[in-house]
Design a protein around this ligand. Structure first.
Ligand code: KG4
Ligand code: ZN
Length: 332
């Protein structure tokens, strides 16, 4: 079964063809350059770029997969969560294509895509597993009991981890999106020069909070009276990254213990971060856990994870109704 997957929830226009869980093509057009002058994603610009780029991206995904629209067995598109206008572009495009071609259509939750991205590369991971999504919009911890069975264990109460990376990167003049640039800057810094403390959130909670460390970084920058030395910038980036990655590691350790889970899957854009990967791999060795990360190109937003999830629903004979609408917010 060949599935075309379309993802337009934020600032990546993406399309992919996946057959039986294997990627035949995975094309992502990032709109970063269009949003960078504004320091963040401008929803209206995102929607317009999706409208302009999506037909060419879909065509390219089909070309790379060596197939035509008539070879496609089903069409999947992200319908929630994300920017409403941006979601509507991909969703409406997918529905129209499916209707015109008389193929099944399925709407996919973006978070379910992130949680399942790993299966595009390996299927040795056993249920149940602890799934952590760390992206620009979400920091969500799930107990995944089986495909389609997700229990939310904790989530951020304010900023998402990636959002905090982007905001601190902006403070340091790194531009948008700043997560990867902040990581590069932090490599030359001392992670102990600034010691940011973790928020006190009550015993046993698996929630997160990143607005405190972001504000602490802002105060440190203000204290410099407008002149940020190179070493200051590197140390602040390293200290911020240290706090965030330690916090994520602690929550993973705590949740694995609390719910007696040995398998852990980390996904979303922040899962590209090497410090996070190293800390979690060390935790895995210490605690006897099996921790897996998708490749970086499958951690960030892509159409393949949407095609994969869509394919699983179609295999189970669960297409979506034509009336399915886009929704800006949702949990799994
Ligand atoms: O999953 P994703 O592509 O989009 C969302 O669903 O949000 O994640 C994008 C987020 C951005 O906030 C970006 O700054 C962050 O992931 N990110 C990183 C790194 N690469 C991307 N954060 C920290 N370190 C990185 N290497
Ligand atoms: Zn995402």
């Amino acid at each position: 079964m060949k599935i075309l997957g379309i993802e337009t929830s934020c600032d990546e226009t993406a399309a992919a063809v996946v057959a039986e869980g294997k990627i035949l093509s995975n094309v992502v057009a990032s709109q970063t350059a269009a949003h960078a002058p504004f320091g963040g994603v401008v929803p209206e610009i995102a929607s317009r770029h999706h409208v302009e780029n999506l037909p060419a991206i879909v065509k390219e995904a089909l070309r790379q997969a060596g197939c035509s629209l008539t070879d496609i067995d089903g069409i999947a598109a992200t319908h929630t969560p994300g920017l409403l206008g941006a979601l509507l572009v991909g969703l409406q495009y997918a529905k129209s294509l499916a209707f015109a071609l008389n193929k099944p259509f399925v709407g996919v939750n973006h978070l379910e895509g992130h949680l399942n991205a790993l299966f595009l590369e390996q299927n040795e991971i056993d249920y149940p597993y602890l799934g952590l999504i760390v992206s620009g919009g979400h920091t969500h911890l799930y107990r995944v009991k089986g495909f389609g069975h997700y229990e939310l264990l904790g989530a951020t109460r304010d900023d998402a981890a990636g959002e905090a990376f982007d905001k601190v990167a902006k403070l340091l003049g790194l531009g948008y999106p700043g997560g990867a640039r902040l990581e590069a800057l932090a490599a030359g810094g001392n992670p102990r020069a600034f010691r940011f403390t973790q928020p006190k959130m009550g015993n046993g909670t698996l929630d997160f909070s990143f607005s405190g460390v972001k504000t602490a970084c802002l105060l440190q920058v203000k204290n410099q009276n407008g002149r940020l030395s190179e070493q200051f910038q590197k140390d602040l980036a390293a200290g911020f990254q240290e706090m965030v990655t330690n916090f994520l590691r602690e929550r993973v350790a705590q949740a694995a213990k609390q719910y007696d889970l040995q398998n852990v899957v980390i996904s979303g854009g922040v899962a590209c971060n090497q410090t996070l990967r190293q800390k979690l791999q060390a935790l895995a060795r210490q605690e006897g856990l099996k921790i897996s990360f998708p490749s970086p190109s499958l951690c960030t937003d892509n159409g393949a994870m949407i095609a994969y999830v869509g394919g699983e629903y179609l295999k189970r004979k669960q297409p979506s109704p034509w009336s399915l609408n886009a929704r800006a917010t949702s949990e799994l």
